[in-house]
Design a protein around this ligand. Sequence first.
Ligand SMILES: CC(C)(COP(=O)(O)OP(=O)(O)OC[C@H]1O[C@@H](n2cnc3c(N)ncnc32)[C@H](O)[C@@H]1OP(=O)(O)O)[C@@H](O)C(=O)NCCC(=O)NCCS
Length: 427
Amino acid sequence: MRPTELRGVLQYVPRFRDKFVVLCLDASVVMHENFSNLLVDIAVMRSLNIQVGIAHGAAAEMERIAGDRGLTLSDLTGSGITDAATLEVASEASNHISQTILEGLASVDLKGAITNAVEAHPVGILKGVDHQFSGKIERVDAGFIQSLLQNNIIPVVPCVIGNGQRILFRINSDQAAFSLATNLNAVKIIYLTEHPGLVLDGELVKQIASSDVEQLLKDPVASISPAMHSKLRFAWRACRAGISRVHIINGTRDGDLLHEIFSPEGIGTLIYSNDFQQIRQATDTDVRSILAMTKDGVEADELIARTRHDIEGNLNDYHLFISNGQIVGCVAFHIEPGSAIGELAYLFVHPDHENQGIGKKLVKFVEEKARQSGLEALVALSTQTFSYFVQKAGFEEGTPDDLPPSRRKRYFNSGRKSKILIKRLNR
Ligand SMILES: CC(C)(COP(=O)(O)OP(=O)(O)OC[C@H]1O[C@@H](n2cnc3c(N)ncnc32)[C@H](O)[C@@H]1OP(=O)(O)O)[C@@H](O)C(=O)NCCC(=O)NCCS
């Protein structure tokens, strides 16, 4: 790592300092050779004062035990029916995974504790079928978990837990992570699996809104494995419960956890709550980020260079598209005093976020503002993107006569010979 890369990482530190993040580890991740790297990454998170809680599954370990002993299990994931024999295997597997996690945490000088702060009750009889020893979470003792966190102890929630009356139930670890996160106001849940994230039609989905996840869960032809279905279901519920970001990443690949947290583009699948994307006015603390983001666009001559002074002088004109807490796009809306024509300018979307409709949303946003201001038309000047304005944003090609007089003068003085695009708003 180059020392200068630290700057990029450090911008995330204030955002996550003292915040609670839930990691949900599939057993296959805990049993994988990369687990030792993952533990170091958890130690890095703790060293930056990010509070961490862990929930874990047992499926891969249950499969191993059942294979060794020639047993047939009634369910692996905690979502189906758990018979007595399966509960026994689940219990043994869960203990083994919990212990492996505790030993691993100790190996990187972190303290952890398996907690009984979570209580379950039986799933019961669903559509006439008794789910026997499958449980769902009834209660999370948030105060207990808080006291562990305050004492720098990472709580570890297993996937076989009791009901307070010495009866054990197999629970779904995705639900355990969800319950832990919602009861302790976590900022995010990260599901660590042995897959890169959500893959649809052979393509990794990098970001998906919770409303789209809802549709996907209802889609009978969507090809999603039961394990991924469960993660998506709890991710969607977490977003609804106010946790704005849930990640599904590959826990068996070195570096993915830190990459997901400390880089703008992430590496797995991000499920975000719908109000998590927004357009807001720029503030003076954003100017540096705007200039950094648009640097390549200026160098490619797609945008006219603007100085810090130019932006600060008209700060109210600048609007930013925020996704996942990051500035990923910008647009400026200028009105010459007394003019009935506004100008949309400095439209830019970060290349990592192109083709997600962000450009159109920024154009629409400005259009709406122009309408609200009672303007007759909106113009945009472009040397390379005129076809976007025409084909995607409903503009048509105009002439210098369409520009307000003072703008026309600057247009001719600049010598850029940009195309003039105009959208009349009274149609
Ligand atoms: C042009 C720009 C703002 C588009 O942003 P975006 O968020 O990627 O665009 P959207 O997601 O809203 O739209 C994507 C669609 O526009 C198309 N598109 C992108 N650039 C285009 C162009 N120059 N001409 C025609 N179509 C274009 C895409 O192919 C895609 O088509 P589809 O919907 O049929 O798949 C972005 O590419 C950018 O920042 N470009 C550099 C800066 C620039 O030129 N700014 C304009 C000067 S004011």
